[in-house]
Design a binder for this molecule. Structure first.
Ligand code: PGA
Length: 263
């Protein structure tokens, strides 16, 4: 099937880089990609800084007219009100965010976010014109306890997308929890197997044409030396990168995966 899914390379900084460091980082990343003649229309580049950096990132992106886009690592399921510590999607939209991560495994594990909460956050993102990047993926125990490797991820996907309009713009990130920050990357075949099943579930939910247009990223120990193999898989449209997104040269090399030998 011929599809026109622009690859997306997304850097999830997690709780790293303060707002001053974020300015230096974004400038250096933009210069590095410019020096390499990177065409953002061929591979989209997004960063997900901590909330406290977003205004600084916005300022530098606007001032230097960068093609880089950015988003929040999380958002509140609510729009405003007495929710101490929460950040509204409305605020993220005002700061020029294009995306919001939803349901990263660290949010699910450390903050106890279940699929219902993730669903509310997906809906909140869409209400404010943000594209939700819904993260799904199984733990090692779940992978061993289920019949097919995709069972947990598909179930998280379906609940996470409940009530979402058929034409909503979405990005899905498959991140096997056992591969996040562990250096233990899923093989390209393992990643493809689950991403294929996720797309099949999207097709059942939204129809084949719509499913063929939704980008599915892989995340979990993506590095410059493994990204090309992952990107060769037909159902993988980009990467959600943690550790390697904090090193400018590594992230730039991931963005430029097509230049790697054999890519
Ligand atoms: P990692 O993190 O690349 O450091 O494994 C990925 C993620 O958590 O999004």
């Amino acid at each position: 099937m011929v599809t026109a899914r622009t690859p997306l390379m997304a850097g999830n900084w997690k709780m790293n880089l303060d707002h001053l460091q974020s300015i230096a980082f974004v400038q250096k990343l933009a210069w590095t990609l410019k020096d390499a003649d990177h065409d953002y229309s061929q591979v989209e580049v997004a960063v997900f800084p901590p909330f406290t950096d977003l205004r600084s990132v916005q300022t530098i992106v606007d001032a230097d007219k960068l093609d880089l886009v950015y988003g929040g690592q999380d958002l509140s399921p609510h729009d405003s009100g007495a929710y101490t510590g929460d950040v509204s999607g409305a605020f993220l939209a005002k700061l020029g965010c294009a995306y919001a991560l939803v349901g990263h495994s660290e949010r699910r594990t450390i903050h106890g976010e279940d699929d219902a909460v993730c669903n509310a956050k997906v809906q909140a993102a869409l209400r404010h014109g943000l594209v939700p990047v819904l993260c799904v993926g199984e733990t090692l125990e779940q992978r061993e306890a289920t019949e097919t490797p995709s069972e947990v991820a598909v179930a998280q996907l379906l609940v996470g997308l409940e009530g979402v309009a058929d034409d909503a713009e979405l990005v899905i990130a498959y991140e096997p929890v056992w591969a996040i920050g562990t250096g233990r990357v899923a093989t390209a075949e393992q990643a493809q197997e689950v991403c294929h099943d996720l797309r099949a579930a999207l097709a059942e939910r939204f129809g084949a044409e719509r499913a063929a247009a939704i980008r599915i990223l892989y995340g979990g120990s993506v590095k410059p030396d493994n990204v090309a193999a992952i990107m060769r898989e037909p159902d993988i449209d980009g990467a959600l990168v943690g550790g390697a997104s904090l090193v400018v040269d590594d992230f730039a090399a991931i963005v430029r995966y097509r230049q790697h030998v054999g890519a």
